[in-house]
Write a protein that binds this ligand. Structure first.
Ligand SMILES: Nc1ncnc2c1ncn2[C@@H]1O[C@H](COP(=O)(O)OP(=O)(O)O)[C@@H](O)[C@H]1O
Ligand SMILES: [Mg+2]
Length: 221
C-alpha cells in the first residue's frame, strides 16, 4: 500500500512519521521504499546518516522532489515493494497532488497547536480537487502528532478534526518524545535505539495497525 504523509502546514511531524513508519514496516519484514518528495530532503538526509552508521537492514530511500519524476518513478518501483511511504513536505503544490495520486492513503499528522481552520481548509481543497478533478481514490486519515503528555489540547484538537468532517480520525497518537526526535535524525527506528523508549515503540506500532485496519474498523462500527 502506498501512503503519503502530508500536511500543508510545516513542522507537524511529517518527516518523523514517514521515517518511523517506513522503518517500523521494514522492521517487521515488509519491503518498504521511503520516498522523500520534499525539496528540503530531510528524510533522505536522515537515511544517509543510517547509511554512515551501517545499520542493517538497509532502508531503501529515493529523493524525488519533481512531481513528474515522482509519479513515473513510483510506478516503476511499485512491483518491487509491499509499501511505499512518501514524505510529501509542506508545500501545497503539484508535488502534493502527484503524491496523493500515487497513494491509497493520505496520512495527515496534526499537532495539538497546529489545528487552525485555514490550514485544514487548504487541505480540504486539495483533497476535494484530487478526488473530483483527478478522480483519485484514497482514504484521508489523520492523527495527533507530538501529543501533549497532559492537558486538554489533544482532546480539543481531536474534536476540531472530527468536526471538520473530511478526515478520518485515528484514535492513536505519537507523543512528544525525545526518542522520536533523536532516532529520526539518525534514520533509525525508535525500536532500533540502544535503550528503546517502549512508549514510542508502542505508539508507532499502534499507528501502523490503525492505518492498516481503518477500513475494518469503519465497517464494524
Ligand atoms: N513525536 C515527536 N516527538 C518529539 N519531537 C518531534 C516529534 N515529531 C517531530 N518532532 C520534532 O519536531 C520538528 C518537526 O518535525 P518534522 O518531522 O521534521 O516535521 P515536518 O516534516 O512536518 O516539517 C523536528 O525537530 C522533529 O524532530
Ligand atoms: Mg519534513
Amino acid at each position: 500500500m502506498n501512503i503519503v504523509v502530508a500536511n500543508t502546514k510545516g513542522g507537524t511531524g511529517k518527516t518523523t512519521t514517514a521515517v518511523q513508519l517506513a522503518l517500523y514496516l521494514t522492521g517487521i519484514g515488509k519491503k518498504v521504499l521511503l520516498v522523500d518528495a520534499d525539496i528540503q530532503g530531510s528524510a533522505f538526509k536522515a537515511l544517509a546518516e543510517r547509511g554512515k552508521l551501517e545499520i542493517e537492514p538497509i532502508q531503501p530511500c529515493a529523493f524525488l522532489p519533481d512531481p513528474v519524476q515522482l509519479r513515473t518513478q513510483i510506478k516503476a518501483y511499485q512491483a518491487d515493494y509491499d509499501h511505499i511511504i512518501i514524505d510529501s513536505g509542506g508545500r501545497a503544490g503539484s508535488h502534493l497532488v502527484a503524491s496523493i495520486l500515487s497513494s491509497e492513503v493520505l496520512l495527515v499528522p496534526i499537532t495539538p497547536s497546529a489545528v487552525d481552520a485555514s490550514a485544514l481548509g487548504d487541505l480540504k481543497a486539495i483533497i476535494t480537487d484530487a478526488r473530483e478533478v483527478f478522480g483519485a481514490e484514497f482514504k484521508a486519515l489523520s492523527f495527533i502528532s507530538m501529543a501533549d503528555v497532559s492537558g486538554s489540547d489533544n482532546f480539543l484538537t481531536e474534536k476540531r478534526i472530527r468536526r471538520s468532517g473530511f478526515l478520518e480520525f485515528l484514535d492513536t497518537s505519537l507523543g512528544k518524545r525525545k526518542a522520536f526526535r533523536n532516532a529520526t535524525a539518525l534514520g533509525v527506528g525508535v525500536y532500533e535505539m540502544k535503550n528503546p523508549d517502549s512508549k514510542a515503540c508502542n505508539e508507532i506500532r499502534r499507528l501502523a495497525q490503525a492505518i492498516f485496519t481503518s477500513d475494518e474498523e469503519k465497517q464494524n462500527s
